[in-house]
Design a protein around this ligand. Structure first.
Ligand SMILES: [Fe+2]
Ligand SMILES: [Fe+2]
Length: 245
């Protein structure tokens, strides 16, 4: 068996153990398999397809809060917590602390590619427009130094993407647009506090930011995912990533 066949066999075996059939979204597997090929699915054995809670995941409360997502759907989020703490230490205003806490939530729990845009879209209904804007453009601004605030091109990026990586035209265009915008500095301050060297000895608790989130994040009373906002469906997909529809 090839590696891919082995992975698919393992997937099948796992799917057999569930009482519901799970078919992964194309975007979750594209690249590992050729997206032009039909998605493989287990033979029809009369089981129903997944339409709700996946028992392999921790169950979310009926009305989930932002912190529930941090605890039950995002990774340890050390990068976000340490960046937010650095922002606090640097004395920026609370909205920027919040922006730092949330700037990479797409990476933490949704989709990595174009994470600034996905993060902003998830958050837009719940934070000030300026916060969402800053988060959207931090992705592009990270690639461009700004001496005026002591921001240099990240050494980590040299290591990750190579010394000859040049941001694509759409990233350059986003940078040019953001640089001339009245909220440029909001986005820039996210990059300034965007820690890329984690200190494994530093433990930051989510509760440190309870007040900042309480004051600047409009938590919907119905719970994230269930308030009919323009991004509610994205939060629901994070709750139920394996629903068939
Ligand atoms: Fe980022
Ligand atoms: Fe980041």
């Amino acid at each position: 068996m090839t590696t891919l066949q082995r992975a698919e066999a393992a997937e099948h075996a796992l799917s057999q153990e569930l009482d519901r059939v799970v078919v992964k979204s194309v975007i979750f597997t594209s690249g590992e398999r050729d997206p032009r090929q039909p998605v493989s699915r287990p033979p029809d054995d009369g089981r129903l397809y997944m339409m709700g809670h996946d028992v392999r995941l921790p169950k979310m409360p009926d009305k989930p809060t932002l912190f529930d997502f941090f605890r039950l759907r995002f990774g340890p989020s050390t990068h976000l917590l340490q960046s937010a703490r650095l922002a606090m230490k640097n004395g920026v205003n609370e909205k920027i602390v919040l922006a730092c806490l949330l700037h990479d939530i797409a990476i933490a729990g949704f989709i990595r590619s174009d994470h600034g845009y996905w993060s902003a879209q998830l958050l837009e209904p719940y934070v000030d427009e300026e916060v969402a804007w800053g988060i959207r453009y931090h992705q592009a601004l990270r690639f461009f130094p700004d001496e005026s605030v002591g921001y240099r091109y990240p050494e980590l990026y040299l290591k990750l993407f190579g010394a000859d990586y040049v941001p694509e035209p759409h990233i350059q265009e986003a940078h040019r647009y953001a640089r001339d915008h009245k909220w440029y500095m909001t986005s820039r301050l996210i990059t300034v506090n965007d820690l890329y060297a984690f200190d494994p000895t530093v433990q930051v608790e989510l509760e440190e930011f309870t007040d900042v989130v309480g004051r600047h994040f409009r938590q919907p009373k119905e719970g994230l995912g269930f308030d009919q906002s323009p991004s509610a469906h994205m939060w629901r997909t994070i709750i139920w990533p394996t629903r068939y529809l």
